[in-house]
Ligand binder design. Sequence first.
Ligand SMILES: [Zn+2]
Length: 425
Amino acid sequence: MKKDQPEDLKALIERLAKKYAIDLDAGSEEIEESEPEKEEVAEEGTTTEDPEKDSEPPIPTDPKGTTVEEEKETMVARIAELSQAPGASGFEDDVIGILRRYCQDLGEIREDSLRNLYVYPKENRGNPVIMLDAHTDEVGFMVQRICPDGTLGFVPLGSWSPVCVPAHPVLVHTPKGYIPGIIASKPPHYMTEAERSALPKLTDLVIDVGAVSREDALTNFGVRIGEPVVPDTPFRYIENQDVLYGKAFDCRIGCAAQVAVLEALKGKSLAMDVVGVFSAQEEIGIRGARVTAKTVKPAVAVLFEGSPGDDTFGNPETAQTALKKGPMLRHIDAGMITNPRFQRFALGIGEELGLPVQQGVRTGGSTNGAGLHLSNQGLPVIVIGLPVRYIHTHCGFAAYQDFEHAVKLGIAIIERLTPEIIAGF
Ligand SMILES: [Zn+2]
């Protein structure tokens, strides 16, 4: 039941959000009766009224009774909601609220003052713990000053290249909510020859919210210094190409993957306990993760990350984090040499299951693994990276199939880990 016409994007998101709401509150019977199903195109060139629709063979279902298609719609709706949520480092509240809702039936939920969120599944029995991790924050900015002309000076929260910052829409937090802004850039009409070829400096850039003076910005727009700013980017799912477009896939797609893994493990009896962690403030120096390992005291950790895609620049032959080639497991990055025994164990499971898995040997970048693997007298950690093109900019591409494969790999690793195997790491 593939769609052949691109669906109106707003309608898609509304349909997915609606579908998800139904999913939460009711059983799959209601999903089948819901309106969106009637919009499905049964076959190429046919409409929903096509009587052949009813005679199609039944769609395979997972053990929960939902069809593969329904499962995917739920997952895409979650990725959409998580991507759209504003959550610059230190201001992850909206993301935490969404994750609390997704995880409410999975076990006990706790939170610390950094706003690290912990999910302790009901199935835990006091065994050694596998800690899962995905970070909730995204790269953003903070308002530093309000200029006489009403524009806002800002500082980065997380790592931005100044080349990627100007001329983008943003959302600026105020006490009344987020308001639209533009990272101002001088029109070429007013630029000197030297300005045209100069690299922008973050300290020279300002955010324009449409105010005409400092007083206007303060009084009428409600802006304040110290408030977070995030990219204002719509989410799109390009269904025919199975491509996700949006902001903050680093690491909201990892958050969605972790939720899917925790859900899949629900009701299962495992050799290890599992604790799901959604950590804060990764982008400004893995701050949340400094606390989480002390709280959870895990025996191993499995991380889900949005990892920078490298297949559209440089040499495509040597790309190690390409879209649609599966999750990427890094042997090394700037912050960690991955425990080689855990890494080979995970790669072996990917091979055994026939899952596409990429391997990375990175000289730059790091993840929460950088802090976690040095905690608790040393902790075996692997990072399941979901390829995302153009992370740490306003917008990126990811592929749903990579999400799916990352989830499958994560579940299989967790199901196979035992205290005896971990002792060999
Ligand atoms: Zn990340």
